[in-house]
Structures are given as C-alpha cells and as structure tokens.
Write a protein that binds this ligand. Structure first.
Ligand SMILES: [Zn+2]
Ligand SMILES: [Zn+2]
Length: 175
C-alpha cells in the first residue's frame, strides 16, 4: 500500500517526500523522513516533534517562538539544506549576547525535561571537553551550580532570568 500526502495541490507518494525545518531567515536547517519502515510522519506537528526529539519541550518552544517552522518538500529538496546560513543574523535569530567571562552551562550533562541552560561565570573555572568546574560557580540568575556545569547544550532552552541579567549587564557596561 502506498500512502499519499497532499503536496503542491495534489497527492504525492509519501516516500517521495521529506519534512524540512525552515529557520526564520527562510533557510532549510533540518530534514526528517516522512516515512521510515512502519513510522509515518504525516502532519507538521508530528514532523516538528520528530525534528525536536532530542530537545527539551522548553527548547522546542523557544525555537517555535523564534519562528522556526516545518513544511513538506520533495526528497530531492535535500539540496536546499544549508549547514552554514549566510543571513545576518544567522538563521534570522538574534543570539543572546554573552557578557565577558561567562558561558552557557547546564546543571546536568544528562539533562532532565525541566533543565535550562544558565550563564555561568567561568573566571576561575577549569575546562574539559564537556564540562567546566570550580569550587563554586553561580549563574547570573543566582542559581548555584553543582560541582560542575555541563557544556554543549543545544538541547536546552535559555534561562530567561539569565538572559535578562545578561542584557542589563551589557547595556550597563556600554554606558
Ligand atoms: Zn538563512
Ligand atoms: Zn539562569
């Protein structure tokens, strides 16, 4: 049995289609199969969840609010994918400015659904690949760290209190 999805005004066999994630700038930044074995991804909502499977819900919500969307494309549309968008700002998203001496850190390397990443002072921190540690590292929002903070946190949303504190710091410093 062949499944069909409506695409460009007519039915197209699902195995000729893929789901594309579109960044706010219009660039295609991600792709997911529409059919894989017994798995069928037939709606934009299902495609969104599949494309954000490894992120927390808060992080996926942050991307949605920033303007990321999904749409169907032909499998040959894979050539629309870009790994290095040339728009300014990149992907059409203004990046939260990070004050000097700070870095994003997560409270756990194996994050939980409720975790967010925080801006942590790294002035006295030791680094290895995946984490940074010091005797005491407090985030801008006031959250006390564990013994270490995890780095490389694409799956986590930003702590909104840290973002607010960072913007205040940077505006204050520019005066
Ligand atoms: Zn772009
Ligand atoms: Zn925070």
């Amino acid at each position: 049995m062949t499944l069909f999805l409506e695409f460009e005004g007519g039915p197209v066999p699902i195995n000729e289609l893929s789901w594309l994630e579109i960044a706010p700038c219009g660039c295609a930044c991600g792709i997911h199969v529409a059919e894989s074995g017994s798995e069928v991804i037939a709606t934009p909502e299902q495609a969104w969840d599949a494309l954000h499977y490894f992120e927390t819900k808060a992080r996926a919500a942050q991307d949605k609010k920033a303007g990321y969307t999904v749409r169907l494309g032909r499998r040959s549309d894979v050539n629309l994918l870009v790994s290095d968008c040339e728009h300014d700002p990149k992907w059409g998203v203004v990046v939260t400015p990070i004050p000097d001496g700070y870095e994003w850190g997560g409270p756990n390397y194996y994050y939980k659904a409720a975790d967010r990443k925080h801006l942590v002072s790294v002035a006295r921190a030791d680094f290895d690949d995946n984490r940074m540690q010091a005797s005491r590292m407090t985030a801008l929002c006031g959250r006390e760290g564990p013994n270490f903070w995890a780095r490389d946190l694409g799956a986590l949303a930003e702590c909104t209190n840290c973002v607010r504190a960072a913007l205040t710091m940077i505006r204050g410093g520019a005066r």
